[in-house]
Design a protein around this ligand. Structure first.
Ligand code: 5RP
Length: 219
């Protein structure tokens, strides 16, 4: 299967997790876009939808869905999102699309997180994909100097502003042997809004499409 077909296959496999009355959180990215495009098939089962980015909100509204604020729904039944990398412990790197903060909030508020990926995203050690960090603009240099300690190379994402009005630093060449600890440490740096490590609240289910099939791994 071509990569785009894998993304579509993983996304469509996530539909079966939507049960009647579902309060559903929707992630961001090209894989999730296939999921969004398939959602009209299960429209009757969805009671409320929460979007993890403005791009996702627009796509959902374009299909005629009402999008609700998380503060109105309370906790959600299900969150479906992609990832940039995943390991066998269900830890993730996310934020390639820059939506990491809202994604982490919606993931945290959801009882189940189903992550949809193609097999190129499964890795032994996280960090080959540059780790995104959302920062308050004033803190960009300070945070960059701090993350150099972890032997990564921080690079500002030029010309990019998050939905929250902040900036993204992408940290290259990290070898993340302890994702839980690194998530905690980077979150402690003043100026950091969110680090794109999803280890404390990783996925509960990984749906992985490879050349032959779609596999599901549950925690
Ligand atoms: C956006 C994300 C995405 O889930 C991640 O970048 C994967 O995107 P894609 O499905 O396009 O490969 O975290 O902030």
């Amino acid at each position: 299967m071509h990569q785009t077909e894998k993304k579509r296959a993983a996304a469509e496999a996530a539909l079966e997790y939507i049960e009647p009355g579902c309060l559903l959180g929707v992630g961001t990215g090209s894989t999730v876009n296939y999921f969004i495009d398939a959602l009209p098939q299960v429209r009757d089962k969805i009671d409320a939808l929460v979007a993890s980015s403005e791009a996702t909100r627009e796509r959902l509204e374009g299909l005629g869905f009402d999008v609700t604020e998380l503060s109105e729904t309370g906790d959600l039944d299900l969150y479906v999102d992609g990832a940039d990398e995943a390991n066998k412990h269900f830890h993730l790197i996310k934020g390639g699309g820059g939506a990491l903060t809202r994604e982490k909030i919606v993931a945290g508020a959801s009882r189940k997180f189903v992550c949809i990926i193609d097999d190129s995203k499964m890795v032994g050690t996280l960090g080959a994909f540059p780790l995104p960090i959302e920062v308050i603009p004033m803190g960009r240099s300070f945070v960059s100097r701090k993350v150099i300690k972890y032997r990564g190379q921080p690079v500002m994402r030029e010309g990019f502003v998050t939905d929250n009005g902040n900036e993204i630093i992408d940290v290259y060449n990290l070898k993340i042997t302890n994702p839980v600890e690194m998530e905690e440490r980077i979150n402690q740096i003043p100026g950091v809004v969110t680090v794109g490590l999803f280890a404390h609240r990783g996925a509960d289910v990984l749906i992985i499409a490879d050349d032959k099939e779609v596999k599901t791994i549950k925690k």
